[in-house]
Ligand binder design. Structure first.
Ligand code: PLP
Length: 427
């Protein structure tokens, strides 16, 4: 029995969601559209199998085929990111970061991460997150111009002496200087964790510098620019050993510490369907086609940023080097939440976001964050970006006029019809 017959309520909602994805302009920078092959692997019978442990070392029988799947995912991840150790089992990005804390630190150790309101992620030390409650979190922020303040970070590191510095962002439109950041970490003997969740696909495409061989450990989600299923990986250098005794928290032991933090530390059975889908996505990411895709993401973001600037929008840092744009709406008549709502009505999905030194509250901040990974996956190029820039401007001008926004939505749909998404899919 298929889902439509078995559960019409859920199948109806899935079809509605499919239509929403097809007919709108998806501009949340952490979202993307996976290939049909990735979808197929994710919906596979891998989900039926328990396989606690690692390939060749499982606590369950019948793992010979899931061993093959996980080993392929590991090997592809190592090759693609240029590291010697990969753990592909984290259920998602937040658990991956938790695993690194658990592996490398003692509770209450000092951790230095980017403040959420300046572009960081909750798991980088937000007070209400595990990272800000179980650990002593000190947070860094950007300069007034929105760029990372490396000098202030170096000073802060000297004063606070963190055991780990986390670099990576959810809302930072520029590139990271990994060597300079590593020098700061080394100056105080801290581990450097590079959370490349947002930029992994750009790194693979060669349009963002890679922290491989520089940072002590990297975490990444697999579902953003990398265009895989929801999931995550932890990447580092060295080889895990399997001594039964306690393993000291040294750089040489990072692979062992990471593997142990995932299981038995934090997780049980890996999600084999997810691992299979990650493997498929990594194969796709190793192609020339994907490199071209990653390059186009950045070209599109720049084209969209340029158009928005022409319309008089203020962009944090004045533009973008990567896949995302942070608009500061303070010179416009509406807030981030109001812009998010108006754009939603017009068929354009973005999210409200704080901007550095935001004068407003986080639940109704001054900014919106938008990006080009999903639009680029649909095949859109610079021409479409210019049009979208014009439409964002229109929606911001007419944000109070529902009729005008609905008319805009029709034009958005006409454009998206030209870039079919999962044309044969139906639930
Ligand atoms: C930089 C960064 N790290 C970690 C995460 C957490 O990933 P997940 O939502 O899969 O837990 C995100 C998600 O937005 C992120 O942007």
């Amino acid at each position: 029995m298929n889902i439509h017959q078995q559960d019409p309520e859920i199948s109806h909602l899935l079809n509605q969601e499919l239509l929403r994805q097809r007919q709108g302009l998806e501009m949340i920078p952490s979202e993307n559209f996976v290939s049909e092959a990735v979808l197929e692997a994710l919906g596979s019978i891998g989900t039926n199998k328990y396989s606690e442990g690692y390939p060749g070392k499982r606590y369950y029988g019948g793992c010979e085929f899931v061993d093959g799947i996980e080993q392929i995912a590991i090997d592809r991840a190592k090759t693609l990111f240029g590291v010697t150790h990969a753990n592909v089992q984290p259920y998602s990005g937040s658990p991956a970061n938790l695993a690194v804390y658990f592996a490398l630190l003692n509770p209450s150790d000092t951790v230095m991460g980017m403040h959420l309101f300046y572009g960081g992620h909750m798991t980088h030390g937000l007070p209400v997150n595990f990272s800000g409650t179980l650990y002593h979190s000190v947070q860094y922020q950007t300069r007034k111009d929105g760029y990372l303040d490396l000098e202030a970070m170096a000073e802060q590191a000297k004063t606070e002496k963190p055991k780990m510095i986390i670099v990576g962002a959810t809302a930072y439109p520029r590139v990271f200087d990994w060597k300079a950041l590593k020098e700061i970490a080394d100056s105080v003997g801290a581990f450097l964790l590079a959370d490349i969740s947002h930029i992994a696909g750009l790194i693979v495409a060669g349009v963002h510098p890679s922290p491989a061989g520089i940072a002590d450990v990297m975490t990444t989600t697999t579902h953003k620019t990398l265009r895989g299923p929801r999931g995550a990986m932890i990447l580092c250098n060295g080889n895990p050993s399997t001594p039964l005794k306690t393993v000291e928290r040294t750089k040489e032991n990072i692979p062992t510490l990471i593997d142990r933090a995932i299981i038995p530390g934090l997780q049980g059975g890996p999600h084999n369907h997810q691992t299979a889908a990650i493997a498929v996505a990594l194969k796709e990411a190793s192609t020339q086609e994907f490199k071209t895709y990653g390059q186009q993401i950045v070209k599109n973001a720049k084209a969209l940023a340029d158009r928005l600037l022409e319309h008089g929008f203020t962009l944090v840092t004045g533009g973008t080097d990567n896949h995302l744009i942070l608009i500061d709406l303070n010179n416009k008549a509406l807030t981030g939440a109001q812009a998010e709502k108006a754009l939603d009505l017009a068929g354009m999905t973005v999210n409200k976001n704080t901007i550095p030194f935001d004068p407003r509250r986080p639940f109704d901040p001054s900014g919106i964050r938008l990006g080009t990974p999903a639009l680029t996956s649909r095949g859109m190029k610079e021409e479409e970006m210019k049009q979208i820039g014009d439409w964002i401007n229109e929606a911001v001008i007419y944000w109070k006029e529902e009729e005008k926004l609905r008319d805009l939505r029709k034009r958005v749909k006409d454009m998206t019809d030209q870039f079919p998404l999962y044309p044969n899919l139906q639930y």
